[in-house]
Design a protein around this ligand. Structure first.
Ligand code: PLP
Length: 372
């Protein structure tokens, strides 16, 4: 019997009911353009302005430091664009960043920037000492993710930001996997720019925001109209923004409750697993578990077999799906047999019963594949 158990919440989450309900009027009844001069459009503009407060409250900043955009990839590209305006020519990224950051780094290398990659420890942490060894007086930008999307490791962002600032560099945080799982105080962290994506915390896809610390000069990535303080042209995704603001408010208020549930589900899954071992991290969220199955198992083939059996998980990130190479994060951590790994990620709708059933399906599938 097919199970239909979704364990891929790190790839994307379903839209929260309250977020969806709040957004629906903005598709038809309140469809007006917030940039229009008339009262209907202006009314929408006022609502969008007010909603910046939901985002700023959730991450600990001011409303005018929030810029709506289309999500993580755009925010990352925008952060890199600001490296140009610093006049410096060196960029540092961790070697376990999401493909969006790694691809930007490659592009900027082609444009004449020198790029250095900081490796993690075997426990998935980027240490301040490792960062210290590569930053220099010419470093324009340091980009480190708050939570890794493959193993769920949490980085010591505050300490890393201090190292970047000592060198006079801007510090960019990819917080795409963090908002859902950890408390964020962007001022305490010391981030200059931070990318957030709605679809990882039960808001729709294609909407997110960028935190930009007051005083940081960001270049325009999307030239066009005067939306987002002339910083990003294009009519904003009003229903998406409304939904995202409800969703972020909800996660901010209930994170501890959600996390307790996720931990219970994740523990139930792992204790039922008879094969494989979770990749261990120094400090991690419970939402994401990469499991390495070892010799005789190929992660891609296992994920396909699990999908046929109705358990839906990932090999690496959704954006790298289809690539034949093992998840870069595992390779960089020096994990043995990285190509035998599968990423399981849990969410609010996952039940303990589903987690146990899914683990049993994994057990049976691995056993069958090993016997082939
Ligand atoms: N950064 C991380 C850590 C991610 O996990 C993702 C998406 O998987 C992104 C960036 C890209 O975000 P988006 O899908 O909003 O472009």
């Amino acid at each position: 019997m097919k199970r239909n158990i979704y364990l891929d919440y790190a790839a994307t989450t379903p839209v929260d009911d309250e977020a969806l309900k709040a957004a629906i009027p903005y598709f038809k009844k309140k469809f007006h353009n917030p940039s229009s001069a008339h009262v209907l459009g202006q009314g929408i503009g006022v609502i969008l302005e007010g909603l910046r407060g939901a985002c700023s409250e959730a991450i600990g900043c001011e409303g005018d430091e929030i810029y709506y955009n289309s999500g993580g990839t755009e925010g990352i590209n925008q952060a890199f664009a600001c490296a140009i305006s610093t006049g410096r020519k060196h960029i540092v990224v961790s070697s376990i960043e999401h493909d969006a950051v790694l691809a930007c780094a490659e592009q900027y290398a082609k444009r004449g920037f020198e790029v250095d990659y900081v490796k993690p420890t075997s426990l998935g942490t980027i240490t301040p000492d490792a960062l210290k060894s590569v930053v220099k007086s010419d470093t324009a930008l340091v980009a480190i993710m708050a939570v890794n999307n493959i193993v769920g490791s949490i980085q010591p962002i505050k300490e890393l930001a201090a190292v970047a600032h000592e060198a006079g560099a801007l510090f960019f945080v990819d917080a795409v996997q963090a908002v859902n799982a950890i408390d964020i105080d962007v001022k305490d962290w010391g981030a200059d720019i931070m990318a957030v994506s709605g679809h990882k915390f039960y808001a729709p896809k294609g909407v997110g925001f960028l935190y930009v610390r007051r005083g940081v000069k960001l270049g325009t990535l999307i030239f066009g109209g005067r939306q987002e303080i002339e910083f990003r042209g294009g009519t904003p995704n009003v229903p998406g923004i409304v939904a995202m603001c409800v969703a972020i408010e909800k996660v901010h208020e209930n994170r501890a409750l959600y996390n307790a549930h996720i931990k219970e589900v994740s523990d139930a899954f792992k204790s039922e697993l008879k094969f494989g071992a979770e990749v261990v991290c120094q400090n991690k969220i419970a939402d994401i578990s990469s499991v390495v199955f070892g010799d005789g198992i190929n992660g891609g083939r296992l994920a396909v077999a699990l999908s046929v059996a109705g358990v839906y998980c990932s090999v690496g990130s959704a954006c790298s799906a289809g690539s034949a190479t093992p998840p870069k994060t595992l390779v960089e951590m020096g994990v043995a047999h990285p190509d035998s790994s599968v990423r399981f990620s849990f969410g609010r709708q996952t039940t303990v019963e589903q987690a146990i059933k899914a683990a049993r399906v994994v057990n049976a599938t691995v056993k069958r594949l090993l016997a082939l």
